[in-house]
Write a protein of this length. Structure first.
Length: 338
C-alpha cells in the first residue's frame, strides 16, 4: 500500500534559510501557506511533500527549481539527518556499510524515496528513485537534497574534499553554472533514469571514522514503521503529517486528505484496510506527541494537553489512559523513575 508523501521539516528549513538570505519575508509566506504555522520550531516533524514542494518553488520563484535546489542543499550535512539515521551510520565500521545503512533507511527522511547501491562499470552507483514524483516540474529540488545527502555520507569517510565521478538527475532541466563550478571534477548528466552519484570503490573501503554527529545506540528512537525494510506504514506516515498541525486546532478529514493528495473517501478506505480509522489515527498522533512532551519536567500536564490539541486536561487524561493504561501524571512518574 502506498503511503502519504512526507519529508522531515529539517529539509524544509534549508529552504527557509535560503529564502531569508535572498530577502524573502518567510513568516508572511508561511502564514499564507497550508503548511503548519510553527513548523520552524519542529525540525523533526514531518511535512506533506505535495503541499511543500510547490510552495517552495513559488516562494523561491526568482530562482529556477535547479538553482533553488542546489543553493539550499549546500547546507545538507550528517547533522541535518534524523538522529535514528545518524545513530545507524555511527555504528558502521566502513564507508560501504555506512552508505548501505543510509540508503536502506533513507525513507526516514522522505517517504517518497527508494534507494540502493549497485555496481556500474567497476564503480559503485549510489542512487535514489522517486517514482511517485515522476514528471513533477519541481522534483529536481528534492533531487539536489538527496544527492547532497549521499555526498555528505561518503565525505564523512573519504574527507570533505571528495567529489563523485558522476552525478545524474532524472530532471531534464539545465544545471546552473554555479553548480557545475562547485562540481568541476564531476560529470553531471540530466534526463537519466535515476538520481545518483558514481563512486570509486576505494572511497567506500575506508574505515568509518567517528563522526561528531553520530549518537550512541541508546539515543536512537524507534523507526516509524518498525525495524523492518519498510520504514513507513500508511497510518504511521499520516500520523506524522498530522502532528505539526495539532497545536493549531482540530485536524479534519478533508485537511488530512489534502496532505495525502487523495479524496477523503479513499483516505478512510486506506485506513480501514490498515485496521484503523481517521479518528483513531488523530488520537494516536496526539498520544505520540504527548508521550514525548511528558518527559520534559518543565512542562505542566495541562500545558501538554493544550499542546497536543485537547480542550482540557480531563479529556487529555481519558485519551492518554486509553492508549497507555496510565494517567499522564502516572506515566511521567514511572518514566522519570526508570
Amino acid at each position: 500500500m502506498t503511503v502519504p508523501l512526507i519529508f522531515r521539516a529539517a529539509h524544509l528549513h534549508l529552504f527557509l534559510d535560503l529564502f531569508r538570505e535572498i530577502g524573502v519575508p518567510v513568516e508572511s509566506a508561511l502564514a499564507r501557506s497550508a503548511l503548519p504555522g510553527a513548523i520552524e520550531e519542529m525540525p523533526d516533524a514531518y511535512v506533506s511533500l505535495p503541499l511543500a514542494l510547490p510552495w517552495m518553488a513559488q516562494t523561491g520563484r526568482d530562482l529556477t527549481p535547479m538553482e533553488l535546489g542546489f543553493l539550499a542543499s549546500r547546507a545538507v550535512s550528517l547533522g541535518s539527518l534524523d538522529v535514528r539515521l545518524q545513530g545507524s551510520l555511527g555504528a558502521a565500521v566502513s564507508g560501504y556499510e555506512r552508505i548501505v545503512r543510509a540508503l536502506r533507511l533513507a525513507a526516514i527522511e522522505d517517504s517518497a524515496l527508494a534507494a540502493g547501491v549497485r555496481w556500474d562499470r567497476g564503480r559503485l552507483r549510489l542512487y535514489t528513485s522517486m517514482p511517485r514524483l515522476a514528471g513533477h516540474p519541481h522534483a529536481c529540488i528534492v533531487e539536489w537534497v538527496n544527492l547532497q545527502a549521499m555526498i555528505a555520507v561518503v565525505q564523512s569517510v573519504a574527507g570533505q574534499g571528495w567529489a563523485p565521478v558522476e552525478m545524474t538527475f532524472v530532471s531534464r532541466a539545465g544545471v546552473p553554472d554555479a553548480a557545475l563550478g562547485a562540481f568541476d571534477r564531476t560529470r553531471v548528466l540530466v534526463g537519466q533514469r535515476l538520481t545518483s552519484i558514481l563512486v570509486e570503490p576505494a572511497a567506500l573501503a575506508l574505515a568509518a571514522r567517528d563522526d561528531p554527529h553520530s549518537v550512541a545506540d541508546g539515543a536512537r528512537g524507534k523507526l516509524p514503521g518498525g525495524e523492518t525494510a519498510e520504514v513507513w506504514t500508511f497510518p504511521a506516515a499520516l500520523r506524522s503529517a498530522i502532528q505539526p498541525y495539532l497545536a493549531e486546532g482540530p485536524v479534519g478529514l478533508a485537511q488530512a486528505a489534502e496532505m495525502a493528495r487523495m479524496s477523503p473517501r479513499t483516505l478512510q478506505r486506506r485506513l480501514r484496510h490498515s485496521g484503523t480509522s481517521f479518528a483513531e489515527t488523530v488520537q494516536q498522533a496526539r498520544f505520540d506527541l504527548a508521550r514525548g512532551w511528558l518527559s520534559d519536567a518543565s512542562l505542566k500536564v495541562s500545558d501538554v494537553a493544550l499542546m497536543a490539541g485537547y480542550e482540557n486536561p480531563q479529556h487529555f487524561s481519558r485519551a492518554f489512559r486509553k492508549f497507555s493504561g496510565l494517567t499522564p501524571s502516572d506515566f511521567r512518574q514511572l518514566t522519570s523513575a526508570s
